[in-house]
Design a binder for this molecule. Structure first.
Ligand SMILES: [Zn+2]
Length: 449
């Protein structure tokens, strides 16, 4: 999504090192009249090393930020003053987690529970959070079996979210990456549009899709009311100004158009239970951490009507549990299993793993996945999925505190099961055991009167 960081030593630092090196070289190579003692040369070399070390330390914060830095609990219950919360405008936040190698922290709005990075970094700084290996190969990001699952999942979700729109509908995928969902949109007969911030991030996308490159959505130059649907699949949390992006989506989406947003659920069971070990924190790249309620507030303030929230995302939620637990108990660096499955075992983290650690991770993966899937099903039924997908319609606002439930749906809304697929049939069976949590696997459909 973002380009490779280009953070280097400043020209002043480099000049100082070059000058010192030049001095040492000239002193040792000219064969001057006085004989140069070996200890003098050694002292010069040591001073050059010190100079390089000092220069690197000055830039340590932006020089080599690991892809998955350690995340630690702050735990002292201290507060900070922030700029107004984008969901509720409060300016007081609780310090939650510190992030290894960077000065920013994760804080939580005291009033609404929205998580955010503090202080909010500028765009150059945000770019330094994305190492080259973050993007993977243009055509395949994960090892083949996982890649197959990712593509199949994209196909199913695209069909499920926009499959009912008439063929030829114009659908925009914001942060389309290598175009996994664009391909699925084209297969459905829709006009597939994508926007990315660099050509590199969008490489590998299907040539049938229409892709624009822009540093932010507002600069992509789309016309007013241009789209029937807009998809943001795990993108909103990466943006420094999600509220401004929603304003632009409101402009380019036709009235009554559909917005589909997927984000990690900061209020989920796996977020609460695994805390700083939670896989979907993805710090420091995730700048915001939404709960269903904070997302609903943000959408309502932009005239989006919250249609449904899905807590079921089998692949992402199961993997979230698995990696979070492994982060806590396996003794391997953070998100090592993810790095191992990420295409190319050349990942620096993977290269440093011992055979024993690799075996432990692989065993954890194959043995733990069925269990993680079962727990994910439970959290979906309980309305606390590790990631959520919200469908919203432009044109009718929802009161921030309006809650959907199957027992008390809003007026003009009907309630029906999500789908008749086996997985949801099973989930519905579990629903009957959990009374008030039925909304997790039922779809609330609303029509404007
Ligand atoms: Zn807030």
């Amino acid at each position: 999504m973002l380009s490779t960081p280009e953070t280097q030593l400043s020209s002043g630092d480099v000049d100082a090192v070059v000058q010192a090196a030049g001095h040492a070289a000239s002193a040792t190579s000219k064969g001057q009249s006085q004989i140069r003692r070996p200890q003098d040369t050694l002292a010069e070399i040591e001073s050059i090393e010190q100079l390089i070390h000092d220069a690197e330390s000055d830039h340590a914060d932006t020089f080599n930020i690991p892809e998955h830095p350690a995340v630690s609990l702050i735990g002292d219950d201290s507060r900070v003053r922030t700029s107004p919360c984008i969901a509720c405008h409060s300016t007081s936040a609780r310090r939650l987690y510190s992030i290894g190698g960077v000065s920013e922290e994760l804080v939580e709005c005291e009033s609404c529970g929205l998580g955010s990075i503090f202080p909010m970094p500028d765009s150059d700084r945000i770019q330094s959070f994305y190492p080259a290996e973050y993007y993977g190969e243009p055509t395949a990001k994960f090892e083949p079996l996982v890649e197959h699952g990712v593509r199949l999942g994209a196909k199913m979700r695209v069909k499920s979210f926009v499959g009912d729109l008439p063929s030829g509908s114009k659908v925009l995928d914001i942060g389309c990456g290598r175009g996994v969902m664009l391909r699925a949109l084209l297969d459905l007969g829709h006009e597939a549009h994508g926007v990315e911030i660099t050509h590199e991030a969008a490489s590998g996308a299907d040539p049938g899709a229409q892709i624009r490159i822009a540093p932010e959505l507002a600069k992509a130059g789309y016309e007013e009311n241009a789209f029937d649907a807009v998809i943001m699949w795990h993108v909103l949390e990466h943006l420094p100004h999600p509220e401004q992006t929603l304003v632009e989506i409101r402009r380019i989406l036709r009235p009554g158009g559909r917005l589909i947003l997927a984000v990690p659920n900061f209020g989920s069971l796996q977020s609460q239970r695994t805390a700083n070990d939670w896989f979907h924190l993805d710090l420091p790249r995730h700048l915001y951490h939404f709960t269903p309620e904070t997302l609903q507030r943000l959408l309502a303030s932009n005239e989006f009507h919250y249609e449904s929230v899905r807590h079921m995302a089998m692949l992402q939620n199961s993997f979230g549990w698995l990696q979070s637990i492994l982060n806590r108990v396996s003794g391997t660096p953070r998100n090592s299993l993810y790095s191992l499955l990420h295409r190319g075992g050349e990942h620096p983290v993977v290269q440093n793993l011992s055979m024993r650690q690799r075996l432990k991770l692989k065993l954890g993966y194959w043995l733990g996945l069925p269990l993680a899937a079962a727990v994910s099903l439970y959290e979906a039924v309980a309305g606390q999925g590790g990631t959520i997908t919200v469908t919203a319609t432009l044109g009718r606002t929802t009161m921030p505190n309006e809650q959907f439930s199957t027992s008390n749906p809003p007026r003009s809304c009907s309630v029906r099961p999500f789908s008749s697929s086996t997985i949801y049939s099973a989930a519905r069976f579990f629903c009957s055991r959990f009374g008030q949590h039925q909304r997790a696997v039922f779809k609330v459909e609303c029509r404007q009167n």
